[in-house]
Ligand binder design. Structure first.
Ligand code: SF4
Length: 467
């Protein structure tokens, strides 16, 4: 065997060339852990190692399957973070098994975690699914002597055809390892590097399944973060950094540390946070270090909606929340950082008055931004309210349904997005679309904002039909 494991990701679309290419952070993180534990790992990224331009998905998949098998590994790991890359992984697994039935195919990632039993039931090509972080599970499997049947039951969180190891081990700092940059086959081909300097979230928003993977907040050790940023910088390329910590600013010390590390580099970056976590003073700090865009998971500006989403509990918290959004909009405008606000209304229970309240608040944000820095603009990103598996909304669906909510599909379609399509007797799909159009009409992105967006936003995944 050439490798213990090949980790393969779904390719990004070649035809959206105005957007950037980035490697799979989950494969790089898992691969780095395993390689630093002594495993031989091949991280295969078809976006940069194969010719994706004009590729029809089916012949492309066959060729990709051949490449995966040619690499002669003991295991094939396929990431399944979302329905789109999960679908791609499902079809890839099918093609791989046609070529080499005995190669164990293992899926992992958030989507695979939440649909593990259904994936095994519907996809005979997948041998096992890791629930939760994959480090310890894959390490245990790789320790199985070469040539023998994988010790499935030794792998924490693994579910396979015939058994389950239900001991999910959540991520702890002792599993942190500096990224192994040698796993990136063509680092010069990337435009964007996605990075996480912390993991997890202590909040429990009603629509979010993220805490299933990382239920509490953990800062990655500073020596790891330092080594990683130095490692990226050693490639001598001005990557756009996407810092995808869900809560940057939760630990103010981490903001200081990241800014100290990033300021001397040529990297520009975007970060993600909540409006009640980041403080305006931090905006000035991150602007100096090269931040150009901040994504705020605002979701709504209406009191009832924010309580339903569990973003706020009461009026006092709501006031802090919306004042936080306003002062951050102001700080962004003063420091030349483009704010992007995700807006999820209509959400369960929303009536027209909730949509109006949210819309007026968004108008206020636009007015604050344009009053201070008319050339900067901001992005308002309307999102459909999702019912991801394992999220509180999905788990409590029977009670939402009893209140009159309607959703786009049920849980049977394992690679289908579930959305709320009726939120009250007053707001159904058409009213929701009209609201999203109205929010879009408030957008005021400048030419510069559009340029920044095109530099920091990765291309979407190549899509395939899996059924
Ligand atoms: S939406 Fe963000 S803040 Fe809320 S639970 Fe998910 S990761 Fe945490």
């Amino acid at each position: 065997m050439n490798y213990d494991i090949v980790l393969v990701s779904a390719p990004l679309k070649a035809d959206d060339t105005h957007l950037g290419l980035c490697p799979s952070l989950s494969n790089l993180t898992l691969g780095s852990y395993l390689s630093r534990q002594g495993a031989s790992v091949r991280m295969f990224d078809p976006s940069v190692e194969m010719d994706t331009a004009g590729a029809a998905p089916n012949p492309f998949l066959k060729e990709l399957a051949e490449r995966c098998v040619e690499m002669k590994s003991r295991f094939l790991g396929i990431s399944c973070l979302s329905p789109v890359d999960g679908k791609f992984g499902a079809v890839l697994a099918r093609e791989v098994k046609k070529l080499k039935y005995e190669l164990p195919v293992i899926m992992g990632g958030l989507w695979a975690t939440t649909y593990a039993p259904q994936i095994l039931e519907k996809l005979p090509e997948v041998d096992a699914v890791v629930k939760g972080p994959g480090e310890l599970a894959m390490e245990a499997l790789i320790k199985t002597p070469d040539g023998s049947i994988p010790a499935w039951d030794s792998a924490p969180g693994l579910i396979w055809r015939g058994g389950t190891n239900s001991e999910i081990r959540h991520y702890t700092v002792d599993l942190a390892r500096p990224l192994d940059m040698s796993l990136l086959a063509k680092p010069e081909s990337y435009d964007i590097m996605v990075y996480m300097s912390s993991r997890g979230c202590p909040y429990r928003c009603s629509f979010c399944s993220e805490p299933i993977m990382f239920p509490s907040y953990i800062d990655e050790p500073l020596d790891k973060v330092t080594a990683d940023i130095k490692g990226f910088n050693a490639f001598n390329k001005s990557y756009f950094f996407w810092i995808c910590d869900p809560l940057l600013g939760f630990n103010p010390g981490r903001v200081d540390e990241l800014c100290n590390l990033l300021e001397p580099t040529p990297f520009h970056f975007l970060l993600e946070t909540r409006v009640d976590v980041m403080k305006p003073a931090m905006v000035e700090q991150v602007a100096r270090a090269g931040c150009q865009l901040i994504y705020f998971g605002l979701e709504s500006g209406a009191f009832r909606s924010l309580v339903e989403l569990k973003k706020c509990n009461d009026r006092a918290q709501f006031e802090r929340y919306i004042n936080g959004a306003k002062s951050l909009t102001e700080a962004c405008a003063r420091n030349g950082i483009i704010p992007m606000f995700g807006v999820m209304n209509p959400i369960p229970g929303d009536r027209k008055e909730d949509l109006d309240e949210c819309f007026h608040f968004l108008e206020e944000l636009v007015s604050i931004s344009s009053g201070i820095n008319p050339d900067l603009g901001l992005f308002l990103l309307p999102l459909q309210c999702r019912l991801d598996m394992g999220s509180p909304f999905q788990l409590n669906w029977p009670s939402l349904e009893a209140r009159g909510m309607v959703r786009s599909r049920d849980e049977k379609n394992i690679f289908g997005d579930m959305f709320v399509t009726r939120t009250s007797s007053e707001v159904g799909y058409e009213e929701a679309e009209a609201f999203r159009d109205k929010v879009r009409s408030l957008w005021t992105p400048s030419r510069n904002a559009m340029k920044v967006l095109s530099q920091c936003w990765p291309r979407p995944y190549m899509e395939v039909d899996w059924e």
